[in-house]
Design a protein around this ligand. Structure first.
Ligand SMILES: Cc1ncc(COP(=O)(O)O)c(C=O)c1O
Length: 463
């Protein structure tokens, strides 16, 4: 029998008949052509027909050190031979212990306690559960609610989905976990609409947006609110960096009401913004960090919830236990790969590389502002969103039918056909999202710009 991976038609058939793709309309592949990636090398991926694409999204904000790194593959193979599996349920294994220590050494503040998961949604789930139990243990049992921002994505488990601020992703699964409240995000491009006050400076908008969290806490009752979940730079909606002062004010508000600040860094950690953790870029210390994706550059799955000393304190002694865990959380192979990945970070000074090249990436993408369809270019580090508009002067966005035609009907496929894998997203206003591997430099930035320029020009002509 022919093994499917050696036979293009058989792989296509198997994908068509038996694979259930994530967040995918299967009808869009009714032609029998499920795009299939077979190989990666550096910043490039290759499809089943041998065509090359620039990986403009690092897979899914994951492949920090690029594809095809033998050091990472070898670390996985070595660990699988030595100890392929053992759980962290009452036992430790050396690689998980070493990784926890290594992460604790580079987190901000005293976030020294690492609870491993297999991915980001589980890390978010873990953080909410810990927040609830922590407050029960310290005599504030009513504190259980969480606050998060409009259009923010925090994962698909029912708790994480409840925290997620995208109504369309939630409706099919209601009722979700109760006690989750939404506040405005930091989309400065649309600050006039969001605030109802025209012309706020970034500083004023930052203060206003942070204060909305304070107001929500007061409205809900501070005695009932356990945590605020925010990304350093919000992904969904198209890369909203924090306005100046936002996180400093948010930290003050959380401290004032004894509410935990959870920095969801599933995308923003591990060099995406040029720092190990996203909070370090914007100079704040959260109470918990949730992370995943880039920790292994994707060579094996892992996630983590990292908590401050204060949150671990009630679990240190007596009979108290955090009754929570995952069979594959902190998997030895993934932990070994993460350690090898962090070695690569150091050896290749990847944080320095991103910091040095960040202004070039920004300047290259900024060149696209001359196109009539480009309303805004925003982001940080190697993480950018390009917002598309129908009218630059009024910032008018596309209606549902136009979005359907433009994003789903044309843009995603056209970018891919032109050799750029990235994402056209309309969870908020329509944006093209970019997050190339951290090994990229000016050559790849120019390639991204050139493909975007021709495809966005074509999109405008079709409108
Ligand atoms: C900010 C954020 N939190 C949580 C998640 C969920 O992570 P996972 O898909 O690994 O469960 C994501 C995924 O993209 C994310 O971007």
């Amino acid at each position: 029998m022919t093994r499917p991976e050696t036979d293009t038609a058989a792989v296509q058939q198997a994908a068509q008949d038996n694979l259930w793709l994530h967040f995918t309309r299967h009808s869009s592949h009714a032609d029998g052509q499920v795009p299939t990636i077979v190989r990666g090398d550096g910043a490039y991926i290759y499809d089943i027909h041998g065509k090359r694409y620039l990986d403009g999204l690092s897979g899914l904000f994951v492949v920090q050190m690029g594809h095809g790194r033998t050091e990472l593959a070898e670390a996985a193979a070595k660990q699988a031979q030595e100890l392929a599996f053992f759980p962290l349920w009452s036992f430790a294994h050396p690689k998980a212990a070493e990784l926890a220590q290594r992460l604790a050494a580079v987190t901000p503040g005293d976030l020294n306690r690492v609870f491993f998961t297999t991915g980001g949604g589980e890390a978010v789930e873990t953080a909410w559960k810990l927040a609830k139990q922590y407050f029960k243990l310290v005599g504030k049992p009513l504190k259980h609610k969480v606050i998060s921002r409009a259009i923010a994505y925090h994962g698909t488990p029912q708790g994480a989905l409840s925290i997620t601020g995208i109504p369309a992703f939630k409706q099919a699964f209601e009722p979700l976990v109760p006690g989750s409240v939404r506040v405005p995000n930091t989309n400065h491009y649309r600050a006039d609409e969001i605030t109802g006050v025209p012309g706020m400076t970034p500083e004023q908008f930052g203060r206003w947006a942070a204060d909305q969290v304070g107001k929500a806490i007061v409205m809900e009752g501070p005695d009932t609110v356990a945590a605020v979940f925010v990304e350093p730079v919000q992904n969904a909606g198209g890369c909203f960096p924090p306005p100046p002062g936002y996180f400093q004010r948010l930290r003050e508000i959380c401290d004032e009401h004894d509410v935990l600040l959870v920095s969801d860094e599933v995308i923003c950690a591990f060099g995406r913004l040029g720092t190990m953790f996203g909070g370090q870029k914007f100079d704040y210390v959260p109470d918990m960090i949730t992370c995943a994706k880039g920790l292994t550059s994707g060579y094996s799955p892992i996630g983590a919830m990292i908590a401050s000393e204060r949150l671990f304190e009630p679990f240190k002694s007596g009979t108290t236990m955090f009754a929570h865990g995952y069979t594959f959380g902190g998997h030895p192979v993934s932990a070994a790969v993460a350690l090898a990945n962090l070695d690569l970070f150091e050896r290749e000074d990847i944080l320095g590389h991103v910091q040095r090249n960040e202004p070039v990436f920004r300047a290259t993408l900024d060149r696209l502002r001359d196109l009539p369809i480009v309303g805004d270019v925003r982001g940080s580090g190697y993480f950018y969103g390009i917002e598309l508009v129908k009218d630059k002067d009024t910032k008018q966005t596309f209606n549902e039918a136009e979005s359907e035609r433009l994003l789903r009907g044309f843009l995603s496929n056209a970018l891919y056909d032109a050799g750029l894998y990235c994402r056209a997203d309309d969870r908020g206003d329509p944006v093209v999202q970019l997050a190339p591997p951290l090994i990229c430099g000016p050559k790849e930035f120019d390639e991204i710009e050139s493909i975007l320029r021709s495809v966005l020009t074509e999109a405008w002509n079709r409108l």
